[in-house]
Design a protein around this ligand. Structure first.
Ligand SMILES: [Zn+2]
Length: 320
């Protein structure tokens, strides 16, 4: 590293710790049946969404900075009031608003293209020779890598069914069935939890980011004060990528084929969706506050049909 580079980094590090000391954490979140919703400003991308679109990973992030990297590039992002984006040690022409909300940095959507135009071509990856010991159609993971996230767990029971079941148990039962079906069809599946344990929302997304997943699907069940509210909902993040939209559409269409009523595809700032770099979808399988749907969601046969549909949608998306 050149000396001037070292000094530059030192200054950045000092700016960073000063911002951290100033307590830059800005609240902007509320709880919901699908987990915490972050109030992302309209027309913005989280740094995780941005990284996913640029083929980069988020190396480090806090409310005071984010470092995005791939094998050929480094992007540093600092929030307003002194918003700055540095691509391979060269600052981008500034003038944009970068907000820090609930520990997540949000950048204007158009920053994606500005950064992309400054990136160096990634060095060509060495293509691994095919493993001849495994027949191609039996190769695990040929469909891609999927993270299945059973919502809630442990001390976080999620919504309470009118029939007194906790949402966490229903989510895990369906998530396990989805995972089994995907593995059987050649996808590599990672579950954020496979037992009744508590996992932080950020950690659920981090599991997906570390795995370099092709898709993240979170399974939840809804609840409402209105006992008549019913139907399933498929959520994708605010400012969704085309891939997230396609994954959401495939899952929603397949779930609709079970005969369950759809409330459509909606965008929302669920924390797990905004902190995931892969295309991310959150499924609310039905309302536990509705007596009829609560009974259905507790039924093994219905759980199987829903899991079949969700897995079919995921396979359709991965095979595109
Ligand atoms: Zn939930």
């Amino acid at each position: 590293m050149k000396r001037s580079g070292m000094i530059h980094r030192l200054i950045l590090a000092l700016t960073l710790s000063a911002a951290a000391l100033a307590g830059c954490e800005k609240p902007g979140a509320l709880a919901s049946a699908g987990g915490e919703i972050v109030m992302a400003p309209i027309g913005t991308l989280s740094v995780f969404q941005l990284a996913g679109r640029l083929g980069m990973t988020v190396d480090e992030t806090s409310c005071a900075s984010a470092t995005l990297r791939n094998e050929s590039n480094t992007v540093l992002i600092f929030p307003s009031p002194d918003a700055q984006v540095i691509v391979n040690a060269k600052p981008l022409a500034g003038g944009c608003e970068i907000s820090s909300i609930s520990g997540i940095l949000f950048v204007p959507q158009n920053l994606e293209e500005q950064i992309r135009s400054q990136l160096r071509e990634p060095t060509r990856r060495t293509i691994a020779p095919p493993d001849r010991r495994i027949a191609p159609d039996r190769r695990i993971g040929k469909l891609g890598r999927v993270v299945i996230d059973a919502g809630h767990g442990g001390q976080d029971g999620g919504a309470r069914s009118v029939l007194r079941t906790h949402e966490k148990h229903i989510n895990l039962a369906i998530a396990r069935m989805v995972a089994q079906r995907l593995s059987a069809r050649g996808a590599e599946v990672i579950m954020t939890r496979d037992s009744d344990t508590f996992i932080e929302l950020n950690e659920r997304a981090a599991i997906s980011n570390r795995a370099g997943a092709d898709l993240f699907v979170s399974v939840h069940a809804d609840s409402s004060d209105n006992a008549a509210a019913s139907g399933f909902t498929v959520y994708i993040p605010n400012s969704p990528s085309t891939a997230a939209r396609k994954a959401g559409q495939a899952i929603e269409r397949r779930m609709g084929l079970t005969g369950a009523a759809s409330r459509g595809i909606r965008t929302a700032g669920f924390r797990v969706l905004l902190r995931t770099s892969a295309p991310a979808v959150l499924v609310e399988t039905g309302f536990l506050s509705n007596r009829y749907e609560a009974a259905k969601l507790g039924d093994f046969g219905y759980q199987q049909r829903l899991a079949d549909a969700i897995a079919d949608g995921i396979v359709e998306f991965l095979s595109r």
